[in-house]
Design a protein around this ligand. Structure first.
Ligand SMILES: C[S@@+](CC[C@H](N)C(=O)[O-])C[C@H]1O[C@@H](n2cnc3c(N)ncnc32)[C@H](O)[C@@H]1O
Length: 319
C-alpha cells in the first residue's frame, strides 16, 4: 500500500459527517522538522509539543501498555455496554482504538489525530481520520455512544469547548472518558529534590503550557471534571492513580508498571522536551544535554521514589 492510500483513511465520508470537505491534500504529510525530529504539518496551527516520528510513537505505544496495566487489563472505566459508535480523539498511533475494536468487534471505531501516524492495515471496524480536535467538530449531533480522550495535556487551549463538542456529538445515554497525567514528578517521602532535573520537568511543562496557552496542568486545574460538568454530563466519576516511575516499588505489579513508565520516558526524553526547552522557553542550549543526562540518572536511581498522578474522569450524557 502506498502512503497515498492513507488518504482513504482520512476521507471525509462516513459516519455522521455533516458535510464533505475537499480531498485531503498531501500537506498533512509535510511535517515540520526541528533538530532532526518531525512534528505535525504546518497545516495545523497547533504547535503540539511532541514529535510524530517512530521514536516518539514507540513511547506512545509503551504508554498504552503501562496504562492498560494500571487499569488491570481494562481499556476504560466507564460502564458502557454494547458500544456501537466510538471515537478516540487524538488517537496517536491508534493503539487504543485498535485494541478497543478488537475487544468490541460489533463497534465501529474511529481514531482522529493531527498526524497520519496510524497503521494503514486495520481491521474492518476501525478507521482513522486526520482532524484537528480543537476546531469545531464536523460530526453531526448524536453520532457516537462513546467518546474517548487520553493524554491530550499540552494540546488543548479550550477544554470546556472540547467537552461541549463531545457532548453534542454523543447520543443521549452515551459516555465520555478523559484520561490525563500531570507531568510533575512527586514523591511521598521527599526523595524528589526540588533542585533535581525531575522537578524541573514539572516547571518546564507548566511554563510551556502557560506560554502556548495549552495547559499541561490538567489535574491541578481539575479541567476534566469541571469541563464535563459545564458541558452537561451527569454521573461523573473521577478516579486518581499514582503511577510509579521506575522499578522502585516493593509491589511487583507496581514495579513492573514503573519500569514501563521509565522505559517510555527514557526511550525519548529528547522528543518529550526539546520543543519546550529550546523552542518555546528558549532556555540555555548548553544546559539542555546536562538536563537530559541528569534526568536519565535520576530515573535510574532507585533511591528516588517518584510517581506521576493520572486521573480518569467519565460521565454520561443524560437521556
Ligand atoms: C500523547 S499522544 C496520546 C495518543 C493516544 N491518545 C494515546 O493515549 O495512546 C497525544 C496525541 O494527540 C494528538 N493531538 C495533539 N493535538 C491535537 C489536535 N488538536 N487534534 C487532534 N489530535 C491532536 C497528537 O498528534 C498525539 O498523537
Amino acid at each position: 500500500m502506498s502512503r497515498l492510500s492513507t488518504s482513504c483513511l482520512v476521507s471525509r465520508k462516513g459516519l455522521g459527517r455533516t458535510h464533505s470537505t475537499a480531498s485531503v491534500s498531501s500537506s498533512i504529510f509535510d511535517y515540520r522538522t526541528i533538530k532532526g525530529r518531525t512534528y505535525h504539518s504546518e497545516r495545523y496551527n497547533s504547535s503540539y509539543y511532541a514529535p510524530n516520528d517512530e521514536r516518539q510513537n514507540a513511547s506512545v505505544d509503551i504508554t498504552h501498555h503501562y496504562l492498560t496495566l494500571l487499569l488491570e487489563g481494562k481499556l476504560f472505566l466507564a460502564p458502557i455496554k454494547n458500544p456501537q459508535k466510538v471515537i478516540d480523539i487524538g488517537t496517536g498511533t491508534g493503539i487504543w482504538a485498535l485494541d478497543f475494536g478488537d475487544e468490541f468487534p460489533a463497534a465501529e471505531v474511529i481514531g482522529t489525530d493531527l498526524s497520519p501516524t496510524q497503521p494503514q492495515w486495520v481491521p474492518p471496524n476501525v478507521r482513522f481520520e486526520i482532524d484537528d480536535a480543537t476546531q469545531p467538530w464536523t460530526w453531526s449531533d448524536a453520532s457516537f455512544d462513546f467518546v474517548h480522550l487520553r493524554y491530550l495535556f499540552g494540546a488543548v487551549a479550550d477544554w470546556p469547548g472540547l467537552f461541549r463538542e463531545a457532548f453534542r456529538t454523543l447520543q443521549p445515554g452515551g459516555w465520555i472518558e478523559s484520561a490525563e497525567v500531570e507531568v510533575d514528578f512527586v514523591s511521598d517521602d521527599g526523595t524528589v529534590d526540588p533542585d533535581s532535573a525531575l522537578a524541573l520537568w514539572g516547571r518546564m511543562c507548566a511554563k510551556t503550557g502557560e506560554k502556548i496557552g495549552r495547559p499541561f496542568t490538567v489535574l491541578t486545574g481539575n479541567v476534566q471534571k469541571t469541563g464535563l460538568e459545564a458541558a452537561g454530563f451527569a454521573d461523573i466519576q473521577s478516579v486518581d492513580y499514582k503511577l510509579p516511575v521506575g522499578g522502585w516499588p516493593r509491589d511487583p505489579k507496581l514495579a513492573e508498571m514503573g519500569r514501563y513508565v521509565q522505559l517510555t520516558l527514557e526511550n525519548d526524553l529528547e522528543g518529550y522536551s526539546t520543543f519546550m526547552w529550546n523552542n518555546v522557553l528558549g532556555w540555555p542550549a548548553d544546559e539542555y544535554q546536562i538536563f537530559l543526562m541528569r534526568t536519565r540518572q535520576e530515573l535510574r536511581d532507585k533511591k528516588i521514589h517518584s510517581f506521576l498522578k493520572v486521573r480518569y474522569v467519565y460521565g454520561r450524557k443524560p437521556e
